[in-house]
Design a protein around this ligand. Sequence first.
Ligand code: ATP
Ligand code: MG
Length: 296
Amino acid sequence: MIYAVTFNPSWDVVMTLPTTLYSGHTYNQVSWTGYAGGKGNNVARAIQQLGGDVTAVGFYGGAVGDWILQALTAQQIPYLVATTTESSRLCLSLLDSQHVTEIRGHGPWVSPETSHSLLCQVRDHLQPHDWVTISGSLPPGLSADDITLWVNTLRPHCQGIIADLAGDPLIAAWEAGVSAICPNRQEYDQLPMGALSPRPQHRVITQGADGVLWYPAESDTPQTIRAPAVPVQNPVGAGDVLVGALVHALSQQQSWADALGYAVMAASASVVTAGIADIDRDVLVHLESQWRQSHT
Ligand SMILES: Nc1ncnc2c1ncn2[C@@H]1O[C@H](COP(=O)(O)OP(=O)(O)OP(=O)(O)O)[C@@H](O)[C@H]1O
Ligand SMILES: [Mg+2]
């Protein structure tokens, strides 16, 4: 089982405008789709589409929280939750003919007791061969110290933890001994010099259309895994698909090199769809076979 943690879940609405977006204008009859969002839920959706066993983990509150959980249920993704007093948040992606505009609401306050109760639930479910992913922003009330606590508590009970975080929480996850961090290029470059102490853990830096720069745990020599050229519709959530595909492949005992190759192909097969972290299966089959041919 893979436990995909989302500290700050959201109801993600994608609206597709037939024209250019101008601020101050009104757009009627716009087509839209709602998703169980927050990065960990995108990871969970990716794993589910790839045929893996995944449980979504997160804090939920209010009617928006109920929508998100209903969407997870509709996708047959089981979940472990702790309840917040304030409502879960809402995020909006506006796709127009040229750009993606993202508007993100703020999440509910999470108390130390709420965090602790969810952490204990996950710890009690974990089996030694399970994996954990921790993704996205932290809601009000949680800090990098909570990441340290979560990683220290869960690490001895599972196969490994993959962290897709930014700033101090990313540093905390690294120092607490996650198997890998998966920031994007901007998040990685924003870390202060020397913030990550030398450790035998993987650094996977995603670089959009340029693919991935991978510093393997056992060496300081980075390797590039190029992304294939594909027609892009919506790149939002590609990093989450990468994390989901990576942990899915690792949970099936693939090597890190093979798992990362597969993850880059899966991520690229998600940018061709309009949805968030929706993988085009036909495109993935094609990209994966091309990649395997060039690596045998
Ligand atoms: N334009 C693109 N063409 C092909 N592949 C892409 C493109 N953009 C992203 N990808 C694939 O998705 C992976 C992750 O992309 P990116 O670095 O944009 O993640 P991210 O910034 O974390 O995204 P998000 O936070 O929205 O999930 C890349 O390594 C690549 O494999
Ligand atoms: Mg990302």
